[in-house]
Structure formats: structure tokens, C-alpha cells
Design a protein around this ligand. Structure first.
Ligand SMILES: *Cc1c(COP(=O)(O)O)cnc(C)c1O
Length: 388
């Protein structure tokens, strides 16, 4: 049988060859692969600037800094995300709050955002919507609210490499900065890695400086007259959050394979939709004209149509060596965030979703036989609940 993970990387011989070539080149850290990967990523997303980072968490952190977030500032995000979407605000000394989700898309609810903007004493400085599971959030509506209330949008597109809205790639417009993750479980991997894309040259410059100690080596930017070719200047407090050339070589190779990997995910997601139809489950939303990256396939146990508990479904999958998972336990209910004053009931839609949700396996090399095994366990478990 063998264990089926909920997600796993897809590495082919050409990826290995690309990494080997980088390893045996003179450059391990900052060679030609990083800018080549950035250029390819920018072209694919139809943006002028892409800045590679050590991981997406670093990209979120530095993006908040580049957008001017600091002590006294305020960041709003969705509770249905990985904790990094919220932590980045605290890294900058800002306050963090959440906006509840839409029960159908599982993304930040535009209605909840508008209501919170109407009630809150002040709007956020930075809004961090997340393209949950790879489904693009409703950035057009959020952009309209951002323009009215004067906040910036940092799109956490960690799940959404390859996704688009009406043919326009995620990150190409609407957000001030969009951030992508290349962690091993994501749709494109560099091992650890992240990317920030923006149309704003000033933001791109700030991101490049912040990722590398606040140092510039560009003579045009020097404050002093360079005494010689060795001269560089630290002009701000930055960090070392660069991507390595070895990682970028893998990313570049993966990007070439993305269309094929994405087609495989789409085919498998369509097949899940067909095979699971009729079971008492809520399936991922389909929005006309919006193309998901299908990072995750999440079903919700529909309490109105079954007596089966989420726990029973999860346990049955695990007992059958299927790597069921939960994306996500709401961030505000993590012990760290509860200690900061959040409590059950604060974001009821995200909490109700998290009580029903089960992530089932989806990755390009998932076979139809493996997928059938997942579907069989779901069908049997749900049928048993009806019989009981
Ligand atoms: C994976 C993930 C991150 C963090 O990505 P890393 O590259 O692991 O730092 C941030 N936000 C979301 C929504 C993620 O899924």
C-alpha cells in the first residue's frame, strides 16, 4: 500500500541536472541563477520586479518593512492561513488583527472586510489576503476598499504560483506586493525559498537592500565618493535573507515544468470533484474565470448531510495510511495569539470551517489508483456513519 502524503515535491532528472550544474559552477551563493530565476518569475507574472528570498516568511517580513509597517502600525490578515501571514506584522512591531473568511471560497471575506472597515477605529496600514489552497482571493474588491481607505495590499500568494484571475497571473496587478513560497510542499519548490513581486521600482529596491544587510554596491547610490573598487555602503538596517544560487537553479528548472505539473493538479482536482460528488462533503469552490493553483484539495464534512464527524473521517484516512491534514487551525486560536487576547468566537466562520475541514492528498504524481483509495475510504466512512 504505502503512505500517501497530502503533498510532496515533484523532482525530475532535469531538476537534479540543474542543481548539479549549479553545485559545480563557481557560484554557490550569489551567481547567475538567482537573477535568471527572478527574471523568469517576473516574466511569467508580467511584473517588472521579482526579488528572491530565503523563504516566503522572509519575503512577507521584508515586504511589510518595505511598505513602511512599523511600531504603531496595523496589519490585518485572514485566520485561515499559516501563522507566517500574521507573524510578519509583529516582526515589524505592528499590531495584528484578523478578518473572517467567506465560507465558500475560504478566503478572506470582502463583506467581513467592508464591515470591519466601517466599525474599526482605524483601517489597517497593510492588508494581507491569502490565496488559500491556490484559489485567488477577491483582490479587485479589496483594491477598491484599499483605494477608498488608504491601505496597502500585501498578497500572500504562497499557495498560488501559476494561478490567475481572468487570464492575469496572481501578483501581476492589484496587490502592492505579492509573495510566493517555494517550500517543498508548495507547487514549485526550491527546498526553502520565496519570492516577492511588485510593479513598484522603489519597493523592489527596498526589498533588495533589506534582504542583503542594507548594503548597496551600486556606485550611483553611494553617499561617499568611492575611494576604490572595494567600496560598498551600508545605508539601512537589513538582514541576510537571500536565496542561494543552488536553490534558484532548482526553482528555474521547476518553473519550466510548472505548466505540466499544474495540468496534472487540475486533472486530479477535476477527478476528485467527479468522484466525490454525491458524498456529504463540501468541495472546493469553482469560480468562473478564476484558475486555482490547486496547492491543496480540502473537503468539509457537511454536518447537515451526515452524522460522521470530521474526527472520524480524519482518523479513517490516517488508519488507511493516507496523509490527511488540516489547513488551517485558525491562527487566532493558537496559544500564542490567545495569549494576545484572541478567543474562540472571534472569527466564527473560520472556526466553523476548521471544525469540518480535511485536506486530502493532491500532488502532480498522485496516481489515479492512490486517488481511488482516498475516495474509497471517504465513501466507506461516510456510508458507515449513515448506517449507524
Ligand atoms: C508556506 C506558507 C508561508 C511560509 O512560507 P515559507 O516559504 O515556508 O516561509 C506563508 N504563508 C502561507 C499561506 C504559506 O502556506
Amino acid at each position: 500500500m504505502g503512505f500517501i502524503p497530502y503533498s510532496t515535491q515533484d523532482i525530475e532528472a532535469e531538476d537534479v541536472a540543474a542543481v548539479t550544474a549549479a553545485l559545480t559552477s563557481p557560484f554557490l551563493t550569489q551567481g547567475p541563477a538567482v537573477p535568471a530565476f527572478e527574471d523568469a518569475f517576473a516574466a511569467m507574472h508580467r511584473v517588472p520586479h521579482a526579488v528572491a528570498m530565503a523563504n516566503a516568511t522572509a519575503a512577507l517580513h521584508l515586504s511589510c518593512l518595505a511598505l513602511g509597517l512599523g511600531p504603531g502600525g496595523l496589519l490585518w490578515t485572514t485566520p485561515n492561513s499559516f501563522v507566517a501571514s500574521a507573524n510578519c506584522g509583529l516582526y515589524c512591531g505592528a499590531e495584528v488583527d484578523f478578518v473572517d473568511i467567506d465560507p465558500v471560497t475560504r478566503n478572506m471575506s470582502v463583506a467581513a472586510l467592508a464591515a470591519k472597515l466601517a466599525e474599526a477605529p482605524r483601517p489597517p496600514d497593510v492588508l494581507v489576503p491569502v490565496d488559500f489552497a491556490g484559489l485567488p482571493a477577491d483582490l479587485a474588491a479589496m483594491r477598491a476598499l484599499a483605494d477608498r481607505h488608504g491601505f496597502r495590499i500585501l498578497e500572500d500568494a504562497s499557495h498560488a504560483t501559476g494561478a490567475d484571475r481572468h487570464g492575469r497571473p496572481v501578483g501581476s496587478e492589484l496587490a502592492d506586493i505579492a509573495v510566493f513560497s517555494f517550500h517543498a510542499v508548495k507547487v514549485v519548490t526550491t527546498g526553502e525559498g520565496g519570492m516577492a513581486v511588485t510593479r513598484d521600482a522603489g519597493l523592489a529596491h527596498a526589498l533588495r537592500t533589506l534582504r542583503s544587510h542594507g548594503i548597496t554596491r551600486d556606485p550611483a547610490e553611494f553617499v561617499a565618493t568611492a575611494p576604490g573598487g572595494w567600496h560598498y555602503e551600508q545605508q539601512a538596517l537589513g538582514f541576510n535573507l537571500r536565496m542561494t544560487d543552488v536553490a534558484a537553479a532548482l526553482g528555474l528548472s521547476q518553473l519550466k515544468r510548472l505548466p505540466a505539473m499544474q495540468a496534472a493538479r487540475e486533472r486530479l482536482a477535476d477527478r476528485y470533484d467527479r468522484l466525490l460528488e454525491g458524498l456529504p462533503l463540501r468541495l472546493p469552490a469553482r469560480i468562473p474565470g478564476v484558475r486555482s493553483a490547486w496547492h491543496l484539495y480540502v473537503v468539509e464534512v457537511d454536518e447537515a448531510r451526515t452524522t460522521a464527524s470530521r474526527r472520524a473521517v480524519y482518523d479513517a484516512l490516517r488508519a488507511a495510511e493516507i496523509g490527511a491534514n488540516l489547513h488551517y487551525a485558525p491562527i487566532h486560536l493558537q496559544p500564542f495569539w490567545r495569549a494576545r487576547g484572541f478567543a474562540p468566537g472571534d472569527f466564527p466562520v473560520a472556526e466553523a470551517y476548521a471544525a469540518r475541514a480535511v485536506t486530502i492528498p493532491l500532488f502532480p504524481k498522485l496516481t489515479e489508483a492512490q486517488q481511488d483509495r482516498v475516495v474509497d475510504v471517504l465513501a466507506t466512512t461516510l456510508a458507515r456513519a449513515e448506517a449507524a
